[in-house]
Design a protein around this ligand. Sequence first.
Ligand SMILES: *Cc1c(COP(=O)(O)O)cnc(C)c1O
Length: 850
Amino acid sequence: MRAVHRFTVRAHLPDQLQALGTLATNLRWTWHPPTQDLFAAVDPPVWSAVGGDPLRLLAEVPAGRLSELARDEDFLARTRAVDDDLRRYLTVPRWYQQRLDEGAVLPTSIAYFSMEFGLTEALPNYSGGLGVLAGDHLKAASDLGVPMIGVGLLYRSGYFRQALSAEGWQVEHYPVLDPRGLPLEMLTDHSGEPVLVHVAMPAGRTLRARIWKAQVGRVPLLLLDSDLPDNDDDLRSTTDRLYGGDAEHRIRQEILAGIGGMRAVRAYCALTGHPQPEVFHTNEGHAGFLGLERIRELLEDPGLQFEEAVAAVRAGTVFTTHTPVPAGIDRFPVDLVSHYFGDGAREALLPGVPTQRVLALGAEENPGMFNMAHMGLRLAQRANGVSELHGKVIRKMFRNLWPGFGVEEIPIRSVTNGVHGPTWSARELGKLLGESEMDSGAGLRGMEPVSDSLLWELRCSLRQRLIDEVRRRLREAWLQRGASDLELGWCDSVFDPDVLTIGFARRVPTYKRATLMLRDTDRLRDLLLDPERPVQIVVAGKSHPADEGGKAMIQRIVKFADQADVRHRIVFLPDYDMSLARYLVSGCDVWLSNPVRPLEACGTSGMKAALNGGLNLSVRDGWWDELFDGHYGWAIPNADGVTDPNRRDDLEATALYELISEHVAPLFYERNTDGVPGKWMSRVRHTLATLGPRVQSSRMVREYVDNHYAPAARSVRAVANDGYRGAKEIADYRARLQAAWTWVRIRDTEMTVETGGTPLLGGQVTVRASVDLAGLDPSDVDVEVVVGRVDDSDELHDFVAESMRPAGEGRYEASVTLPHAGPAGYTVRVLPKHPLLSGYAELGKVVLAG
Ligand SMILES: *Cc1c(COP(=O)(O)O)cnc(C)c1O
């Protein structure tokens, strides 16, 4: 008999054990080993059977055991201690409060929107790196005391679970999750009724969603869920799957996340007294509609004009983009957007917001498409990419939004991603290095007294733990593929605890090149089976269900790994998730990453490996490009400039094989008399001590606070104070600029050289220009002279810009020091200037001489 519906009954805890309920629902347990130990002690076999999930443990542990614990004084004392620790963690002032005490101007709170959040495998609401990054962001915010509210969707089936067919083809499963069995609490009002968010849909329909709250340490995470019987069937399935549907499904999800998400934040703050956010951070463009909802709010109260509302919204919005390619950008057909935001529909969804204005926010080169990244950039005063290289790449990619500016002037910065230390570094490592459980990474400074042999012993035990897990999962995978236990004896002897272990795990889009290692299977076989210095490789990763190419890549790896002569040295493990990731990043000696440069915006799994003393072997892309120093690991040379992808892959694969056989393996197998690989360990030490602290999400969140959230809070107050006087001023200024700008002209320019007619490096020249401001006030603009190198087509590079002094009657002049020898050039430009602009390039307006 099959149940028609499944649900979860939560355990009834004896009074003395009530604290366990709190400890199980606050996700701080996911990064707090003493809390995990407490739950493990409840019933060790059940704990390991449920994969270390406290709520499932409490649901499955026999009632008799709970009554026994309720009388166990030692256990009760331990529970109290852990509970007290959580209370302290939730209340004592932390870094953010310290900053406030020092007088820093910081936001009252920040709302962080993301389509996915990866906090723990026990809450499978993520597909990969973007979600895990968002989860790590919230955890670090909690550790630092940053007053943040996370906002996203709760998917009934999360992302899919991956299995393999007998032929090695990816098979997807979508188990239905019951929110009541997850570490979530439904948001209810004072009378106990669920708080619902309503979002108007076309044809007079309404999409309703309830709100689930996950508590991430100090940070609440609100997840909207449309699975309500009151919704029409098609609307009800809005939150069925992550990245699972067509464009219509996706736009509904994004409207719910952005507009519904804003309404959920308002409701949550009104209900709980949590301060309303001043700053709104959208992690990728998906939730960008939140800006429209905030515009609607401001039109309604205090009754701002559209442009004033845009100015106010921009001031408080931070937009982070994660893709380096136009194809990765979230776009919708304009017709579809019109369907939801057009006349009729829009009056109910966003009363007062003109349709044409909405469409203009997402305009791009193709008039038929609405571009979520362009809207993100137009509605955020501050935007960033996720590594230095990525910042560089996207300044180029989006430069058309700032015509007339040098690429390096495009106002998109970068904040390099980080990973949450206490989540991703093995607790044994922290213990060995004498860290406090609270502050992972800090103890690494104290690693000097720890001998190489102790550290090596630990690395070996982490590798052993991974190998045990590899064997367990491999057997399970084969059983699923239809093998019988009888023929799987060999699974118990795959991998060797003494062999150099390489890990490769990530989603399987083409650019990550999961099959690069198979370029020359003979070479690979030689590496795996080398009699003196063998390597063993563990591979994992999910392919998007619609990506047949990705599935074919997985199949190639599986087929190779199935071969009897190599199957003890290479495995593919299905269903990559955060649990498998923890085993991999802590147990592998080397973490391999070989994307096509520069398509990996940042990449974070290698950071997780680094936190555990794993050495990275990677193409210089994403974070590795900026942090690689020659000693942490190895850079796979990339065939820059080779345009034929086949030849590039050949060259880079050959370089990879050579690196492994000539450098990586020899270093690993070179042992001191005590059996310790001394040179290898010096790299491990160097990685732990100096790379570890730089790849932490606490560093990333501090950067967001200092460089984005704090300036945004200052901007918000500057535009909002005094009845939104600043917003009105800036809107008024933009209107004046708009009216005059096409007529602003630089009439003529001339240069005189001070040093007797010949320009000399370091010498001075004076530039004069005459400018027609078309009625603008001189204080509205900055007139600058720009001097730099010129190339053959007279493009300026490496330039410096300096303000020119008004010399009356539209004349301007400036003396500049020549910065370079060789072919040089200058020009003059007029730029908008207003104290409420974040920078001169913000409006994308410039008038150039000539
Ligand atoms: C960290 C992580 C990722 C992201 O890894 P990349 O190196 O950025 O591709 C993906 N999936 C899981 C489960 C992770 O833990």
